[in-house]
Write a protein that binds this ligand. Structure first.
Ligand SMILES: Nc1ncnc2c1ncn2[C@@H]1O[C@H](COP(=O)(O)OP(=O)(O)OP(=O)(O)O)[C@@H](O)[C@H]1O
Ligand SMILES: Cc1ncc(COP(=O)(O)O)c(N)n1
Length: 296
């Protein structure tokens, strides 16, 4: 956890910029609902300038993943350097990493980028993408321990129910209580703030919870819970990607984590409600990122 204070952070405008520069490091979805394509829409919906570095080219659609092509890691590093040699980055969202080699390449770049920056480091949100909604694996099973070794760098991680179970080495939680116990374990293991997302539970209310690690005195700040009504829709492809990108953007704009989560939950509810106006694919369709913008 590189940021000592979990609740406040200077806005990107502290050095004169009012529109933060946000980078997504993730895989692709040619149907535009998940991965990098979702992240860029989410950055734009939250008034941030979006940039992207591709970790994996994924031949997928709303029905599932067909194939994955991994560019050489030297080329991944070249993409990362091309951005950071030129642009002041205010926030980074990391999604699909795929392999241990990709994880160590991104980690080395991040460590060099931030070695002297202290609290001035970009916001880092890690969505520990492992398995797609369709059930297809997006992270090699043998890379799970490498992903565990990456997480302490993050300001916030945003696992869903199955991802939190894999990180905690447990069965997927069936209740919010089980989810929170796993989140506490993961928060303490990696000393990182966890947003435990409840989308995969079946309650009529979807609850996401910010779970802090214990501090040096063994004290854990109280949970902050964010509830919203469950929207009945099959258009949930890319919700996790979109939420993590939105949180990175709002935090880089200077909102606290609780303010960011509250705002993103409201936005996600309207994006899911408006998704039926889209007609994209036969499987799990995308959300409507711009529902609040396209009012006519
Ligand atoms: N049906 C729903 N109605 C309202 N909010 C939802 C619904 N499903 C998910 N959300 C919200 O969307 C976000 C993503 O939740 P979820 O737990 O589904 O993550 P995820 O599994 O990573 O997403 P993805 O479907 O992209 O894999 C959370 O903020 C959650 O509260
Ligand atoms: C490149 C990429 N990253 C992440 C996801 C997860 O999204 P979902 O669980 O909604 O399929 C995905 N399908 N593809």
């Amino acid at each position: 956890m590189p940021v000592s204070d979990f609740s406040t952070r200077p806005a990107a405008s502290a050095d004169g910029r009012t529109i933060p520069n946000l980078l997504s490091i993730a895989g692709t979805d040619p149907t535009g609902g998940a991965g990098i394509q979702a992240d860029l829409k989410s950055f734009a919906a939250h008034r941030a300038y979006g940039m992207c570095v591709v970790t994996a080219l994924v031949a997928q659609n709303t029905e599932g993943v067909r194939d994955i092509h991994l560019p050489p890691v030297e080329f991944l590093r070249a993409q990362l350097d091309a951005v950071s040699d030129d642009v002041a980055i205010d926030g980074v969202k990391v999604g699909m990493l795929g392999t241990a080699e990709i994880i160590s390449t991104v980690a080395a770049w991040w460590d060099e980028l931030t070695q002297d920056s202290g609290a001035g480091a970009p916001v880092l949100v890690v969505d520990p993408v492992m398995v797609a909604t369709s059930g297809d694996r997006l992270l090699h099973a043998e890379a799970e321990s490498a992903l565990n070794g990456f997480l302490h760098r993050a300001d916030l991680i945003t696992p869903n129910v199955p991802e939190l179970a894999l990180l905690a080495g447990a069965e997927p939680a069936a209740t919010t209580e089980e989810l929170l116990a796993q989140a506490e374990q993961v928060a303490d293991t990696h000393h990182v703030l966890v947003l435990a997302k409840g989308g995969h539970l079946e309650d009529a209310t979807v609850t996401d919870t910010l779970v802090h690690p214990t501090d040096d005195a063994g004290h854990r700040p109280s949970y902050q819970q964010f509830e919203s009504p469950r929207v009945e829709t099959s258009s949930t492809h890319g919700t996790g990607c979109s939420v993590s990108a939105a949180l990175a953007a709002l935090r880089a704009r200077g909102l606290s984590w609780p303010e960011s989560v509250a705002q993103v939950k409201d936005w996600m509810t309207s994006s899911l409600q408006a998704a039926e106006a889209l007609d994209v694919g036969r499987g799990h369709g995308p959300i409507q990122h711009f529902a609040d913008l396209w009012t006519s």
